[in-house]
Design a protein around this ligand. Structure first.
Ligand SMILES: [Zn+2]
Ligand SMILES: [Zn+2]
Length: 394
């Protein structure tokens, strides 16, 4: 089952041309959850192809860069004749404010919208396969809450060979055993599920802090997280400012990820002062993380989160704006090479040229892009043979 994270807005309080205000979309088999909804989130959703079909929207706190996208998004989906309910979640005391954002200008959506205040330490949403828990964060005196999406354990691995050895015929009995039911064979013998099904396997854990100082509760909820998205507004030299404004530095975010044993750390809420170059923050975090992969996603970056027993994460290349393209480290810039080589290419048939042209023979039209890791050409190359891409301007 796929879990796909699209970074819609990775900037701080003031947006830049490269980074929008906070918003992250998590997609699990067709269901979409949105975490924060900064101004312009609906445009980012169009740009990066997530669609508007959001079922749950989790707000960490009421600062404008996390909520000002709500009125526009709600009105757009209303114009699109949405009928499905939308559930909003926010920190304690946020209900009247969220309600007024929805009903701004006397607007009233024609589909049901529910608002739930989430007390830190409680479960905000409980579904058969996962739950979303709220946890305490610390942000400049405002009520704020972080969210941890925790999947339930999965069934153990089914040992097909063993089942055949025991005389179980291939077919529906396999499914029955995998579901945990014993089966009786024609010769009267009984095969118990424990004989052919391994121990339950852990699900994934996705954690989103929103704006926060480093906290123990984040460590608690991000223990062994597959992805921790943490506030990293400043670099280490501005530690005092981070403290004063209720944010974290990249180094502090890395320390939290390290202590929690998180597998991946996405540094977000990047201050506009790093608009030209945020690599200092990334380097700072990487120098502090031993086991954790630390990176700064661009707006539009898409990450497929694997199950813990399959440790390879895939960056999905949907547009050339995503610079963490899976180019297997073949890149002439050594500083980029170290970063890129950590991501496996999900599409085995890529080819390379001097210009880092990546061509997937399998899905030629859809996956042919220039990565941004090299010298990206400003215009379509003369010999560009494949016409327009379905995802971007090429
Ligand atoms: Zn913010
Ligand atoms: Zn804030």
């Amino acid at each position: 089952m796929t879990m796909r994270v699209t970074f819609l807005g990775t900037g701080g309080a003031v947006p830049t041309t490269e980074r929008g205000p906070s918003a992250v979309c998590v997609e699990r088999t067709g269901e979409r959850l949105l975490f924060d909804c900064g101004e312009g989130t609906q445009r980012q959703m169009m740009r990066f192809g997530t669609g508007f079909d959001i079922s749950h929207l989790f707000v960490t706190h009421l600062h404008g860069d996390h909520v000002l996208g709500i009125p526009g998004l709600i009105q757009t989906v209303d114009f699109n004749n949405r009928t499905d309910a939308l559930a909003l979640y926010g920190p304690p005391g946020s209900k009247p404010h969220l309600r007024s954002l929805i009903e701004v200008g006397g607007f009233s959506p024609s589909f049901p919208v529910t608002i739930t205040e989430v007390r830190p330490g409680t479960t905000a949403l409980s579904q058969p396969e996962y739950e979303v828990r709220g946890f305490e964060t610390a942000h400049r005196g405002v009520r704020s809450v972080g969210y941890a999406l925790v999947e339930s354990e999965r069934k153990g691995r089914f040992d097909r060979e063993r089942a055949l050895e025991l005389g179980v015929p291939e077919g529906p009995l396999f499914g029955k055993l995998h579901e945990g039911m014993p089966v009786e064979l024609d010769d009267g013998s009984v095969v118990e599920p424990e004989q052919v099904v391994g121990p339950p396997r852990p699900g994934r854990r996705f954690v989103y802090t929103g704006d926060t100082r480093p906290t123990e509760t984040t460590i608690e909820h991000a223990t062994d997280a597959d992805l921790l998205i943490h506030d990293a507004t400043f670099d280490g030299q501005r530690a005092e400012r981070a403290q004063k404004t209720g944010h974290s530095t990249a180094r502090e975010a890395a320390e939290i990820a390290n202590r929690a044993g998180a597998k991946r750390l996405a540094l977000t809420h990047i201050s506009s002062r790093y608009a030209a170059d945020a690599s200092t923050l990334e380097r700072e975090a990487q120098s502090k993380t031993a086991q954790t992969e630390a990176f700064i996603p661009d707006d539009g970056a898409v990450l497929k989160i694997p199950y813990p027993d399959n440790s390879v994460a895939e960056w999905v290349c949907l547009s050339w704006h995503i610079y963490q393209l899976p180019c297997n480290g073949i890149c002439e810039r050594p500083d980029e090479r170290s970063r890129l080589s950590r991501f496996r290419c999900g599409y085995p048939k890529w080819r390379y040229s001097r210009w880092f042209t990546l061509v997937c023979r399998r899905r030629l039209r859809w996956w042919a892009h220039w990565p941004r890791c090299g010298i990206a050409p400003k215009a379509t190359p003369v010999n560009w043979p494949w016409g327009a891409c379905d995802y971007c301007d090429w």
